[in-house]
Design a protein. Structure first.
Length: 412
């Protein structure tokens, strides 16, 4: 769905900034609205060259790429009046304030449809706008915990963990973008806008679909397993990662029918290089069923594989595995991803000029390709109030004197 004719008003902070970014990637014009003193996103680490500065936050750069930027204090009456004028010309408004906050300012969905009956308002909050938790705040770790995802993350002999970098609101933002597009499709049929109410907790619960299947298929409540996997028969299998010379590779030994050819090919490879024991050479892979094997046998096999991988680099393992049809993959670092020939071939990385920094920085392009979605020139995230004149003076018709007065009064 190409959104080039449509405008998004972005009133989000860290909790929801990815949602308007996704809409921008789909072609929408996004106007970031931040208070005159700047969005809290500008204080987010890391900073360009480790220099803390409101115009050098890499978080701000990444999640506000290609957006325009204006300043506006919506807690002032003049600011609220200006926002209503912007809403009259907009198609979407995305916000991530506490439930009830926008309503308290006379800027809730029921207020804004009086200005523009087709407006779609998307609200992103920890628990949604209804229910006993709706007025509670929560950090990423709180949402990950209450969403249930932490219960399956980490090692079995330690406390639950969350993913290292905050993820809860990224998932909430992605869900918000989908909900916004569904509302947009409905609007194209009915001519009516609507309120999309997104709960970050619910977005995280969606990540537990695999855990639900564990019970449905095996009557096992998904435990924390670290780098191991408990097969239905009770055997513990090493999964996900094996260490090698320069990092890690990911592989899970599986039984018949799909896992046998690869396991046999790996054992033959190890034997050719003199790194397979007599036990491994004699092993009948036609009878390999990890879920039914004795723990001692599985431990012996995985130990030999681990020692073999330690003797090689990621590239050596991967290139040979492809030739031998062994199903595994290297665990890429950020550097590996930037240097990936596959991502380069798909033009996933792009350079965006930052004149104020005197250089161009590397960004990710939208992660999808479609004949309906045109590739365009992206511009860096806006400076504070960079597009005030363009939006307020040229579009809304405010005079230069009005802008000066609003600036002095702290409205913009």
């Amino acid at each position: 769905m190409w959104l080039a004719p449509y405008r998004v008003l972005d009133l989000t902070v860290e909790k929801g900034s990815l949602c308007p970014k996704i809409l921008s990637d789909l072609g929408a014009e996004v106007i970031k609205i931040e208070p005159p003193w700047g969005s809290s996103e500008r204080k987010q680490e890391p900073f360009y060259q480790n220099m803390p500065h409101p115009e050098k936050s890499l978080f701000w750069f990444a999640f506000n790429l290609n957006k325009k930027g204006i300043t506006l204090d919506i807690e002032r009456e003049d600011g609220q009046a200006i926002l209503r004028k912007l809403v009259a010309k907009a198609d979407f408004l995305v916000e991530s304030s506490a439930p009830g906050y926008m309503e308290s300012l006379g800027l809730g969905y029921n207020d804004l449809i009086k200005v523009n009956r087709q407006i779609i308002v998307t609200s992103i909050s920890p628990f949604g706008s209804t229910g006993p938790y709706s007025r509670m705040e929560a950090s990423d770790i709180g949402i990950m915990a209450l969403g249930g995802y932490m219960s399956v993350c980490g090692d079995p002999d330690r406390a639950p963990l969350r993913i290292s970098y905050p993820q809860a609101y990224f998932h909430a933002s992605a869900s918000a973008a989908v909900g916004t597009l569904i509302a947009h499709y409905y609007r194209s049929l009915s001519g009516e806008g609507q309120h999309v109410d997104v709960s970050a907790q619910q977005a995280v619960v969606w990540l537990l679909m695999g855990a639900a299947q564990s019970w449905d298929l095996n009557q096992v409540i998904q435990p924390r397993e670290g780098m191991f996997y408990t097969a239905p028969g009770g055997a513990t299998l090493r999964q996900i990662v094996y260490q090698c010379k320069d990092g890690w590779v990911s592989m899970l030994l599986r039984g018949p029918p799909p896992g046998i050819p690869g396991a046999r090919a790996l054992a033959n490879w190890m034997a050719e290089e003199g790194m397979a024991s007599d036990f491994l050479k004699r092993f009948d892979w036609n009878k390999f069923e990890p879920g039914r094997m004795a723990k001692e046998e599985m431990d012996a096999i995985t130990k030999e594989i681990a020692n073999f991988f330690l003797s090689k680099s990621k590239a050596e393992i991967y290139n040979e595995a492809v030739k031998r049809r062994v199903v595994l993959c290297p665990v890429a670092t950020a550097k590996d991803a930037v240097e990936s020939i596959q991502l380069d071939a798909r033009k996933f990385w792009m350079k965006v000029e930052h004149p104020e920094l005197g250089e161009s920085l590397t960004y990710v392009a939208p992660p999808f390709k479609s004949p309906q979605v045109k590739r365009r020139q992206f511009h860096r995230a806006p400076l504070l109030g960079e597009h005030n004149i363009e939006v307020y003076q040229k579009e809304l018709g405010l005079s230069r004197q009005q802008l000066v007065l609003f600036k002095q009064a702290g409205v913009i």
